[in-house]
Design a protein around this ligand. Structure first.
Ligand code: FAD
Length: 398
């Protein structure tokens, strides 16, 4: 689909492109392009560069240190950002907690926490899910009981992404046991250095340590760390999730993955000709491309609604379903295009400078790892089945 941009939007795109060209460190760009592991230091370095330019918290208003962009600028930035090979911005402080604090936090909380997110002092993680409370999040059990000027927190969170890098966690906790579960939940900010917090790694199907369990054993949390009102946390939690889901769609990442698939299908041969010339295979690539175009159009439609002053709503669920499904399907077709070259599962290839021996076209060696890693896309941020329920109820009115 051809989109027409105004001269000022085109000039902005040029500015973004030039900035990324000039400032993205080659070592980080290379790691992203070749699918290598990024260290905590890589993320911090890159966040620092973006923060200095004032382009780290792209969704925040100017008064809190954001660039004050509208939805179109954000979209252009994201497109150029992925094209340039920049690493995904770690979302927990910037795109999840930040908007919640800006909308619902006290002035003190905004003054204290927002600058620390921008300058990298705090690395946040998300404490929503628990064993037994994922899709049915409102059934969470972690309890916070008032004791003078503090809450005493007991319970367990799980699947906490990059919790091992974090020094703070935002948590949904139970502050009332009577009534509807949604009406007894509060949103609490907890220092992970507090006595009684214990973090344990979970190693996932791809052999990586990305997620953790977090245990709270009589952890004292000052009452000032409550966001908004007690027992109103469900409202803030849902607000955060719509932001999380919009960002999960990953149109830019799907575009890059499709470009990689096309490169591979031009180099891989079947029956003596490139796969790209095989009508059946080419039509499968085309089908994905059409769906990606439709996703991009839907995203743009939402952007133009947001430009007119709307907040992301249940439509974010559509983006989440389609965006994540597409990325998994592109990866599947890439594996099929590579045939046996897609089989090796050598996690050392993700180490920068690894000498692990690999065969096949460039980028083939990480495809198996990517396959296992992208299983998570249709689970986290609320599983795709749950998103379909939301679309059915809140958009289709079923
Ligand atoms: C890699 C990864 C990272 C994550 N990171 C975080 C994080 O940082 N912080 C955090 O809080 N959470 C995180 N999560 C947790 C994630 O949000 C949950 O896994 C997700 O909400 C699903 O919950 P569950 O795992 O308990 O599965 P369950 O809720 O037990 O669901 C199991 C299956 O049943 C289906 N199902 C359940 N209920 C329904 C229904 N009503 N209708 C139809 N189908 C249904 C689900 O779709 C799923 O397929 C992460 C998860 C993963 C895999």
């Amino acid at each position: 689909m051809d989109v027409t941009y105004s001269p000022s939007e085109t000039a902005f795109r040029e500015e973004v492109r030039a900035f990324l060209d000039d400032t993205l460190p080659d070592a980080i760009r290379r790691k992203v392009r070749t699918g290598k592991r990024l260290s905590k230091q890589d993320h911090e370095t890159w966040h620092g560069i973006l923060a200095e330019k004032g382009w780290l918290a792209t969704g925040w208003p100017k008064e809190y240190g954001g660039p004050g962009w509208g939805p179109v600028e954000k979209y252009i930035f994201e497109e150029e950002y992925v094209k340039a090979g920049a690493p995904r911005i770690v979302p927990f402080g910037l795109t999840m907690l930040g908007p919640v604090l800006i909308k619902y936090g006290s002035d003190d909380q905004k003054r204290h926490y927002l600058p620390r997110i921008l300058d990298g002092t705090d690395w946040w993680c998300q404490g929503y899910s628990e064993p037994g409370a994922g899709s049915d999040l409102a059934s969470l059990k972690t309890k916070a009981e008032r004791d003078g000027g503090a809450y005493i927190v007991n319970g367990q969170k799980t699947w906490t992404t990059l919790g091992h890098h974090a020094n703070w966690i935002f948590c949904l906790v139970k502050t009332k046991s009577s009534g509807k579960p949604q009406e007894g939940i509060s949103f609490l900010l907890i220092d992970l250095q507090s006595p009684g917090v214990e973090l344990r790694p979970i190693v996932t199907i791809d052999g990586e340590h990305e997620v953790n369990e977090v245990f709270f054993n009589d952890v004292r949390v000052p009452v000032g760390n409550l966001v908004g009102e007690e027992n109103k946390g469900w409202t803030y939690a849902k607000y955060l999730l719509t932001h999380e889901r919009t960002n999960i769609a990953g149109v830019g990442f799907a575009t890059q993955a499709l470009a990689h698939l096309k490169t591979i299908s031009a180099k891989q041969f079947s029956a003596g000709r490139p796969l790209a010339d095989d009508v059946l295979f080419a039509s499968r690539v085309m089908e994905l491309e059409i769906e990606l175009d439709a996703l991009r159009t839907t995203n743009l439609r939402m952007i133009s609604a947001a430009q007119a002053g709307g907040e992301p709503g249940p439509e974010a669920s559509m983006l989440k379903i389609k965006g994540t499904d597409l990325r998994q399907r592109i990866n599947n077709l890439t594996r099929q295009a590579l045939g046996p070259y897609a089989l090796p599962f050598v996690s050392e290839v993700l180490d920068d400078g690894s000498n692990a021996e690999t065969v096949g076209p460039e980028g083939a060696n990480t495809v198996a790892m990517t396959y296992f890693n992208t299983r998570k896309l249709s689970i986290f941020g609320g599983s795709n089945e749950i998103q379909r329920n939301i679309v059915a109820k809140q958009i289709l009115g079923l």
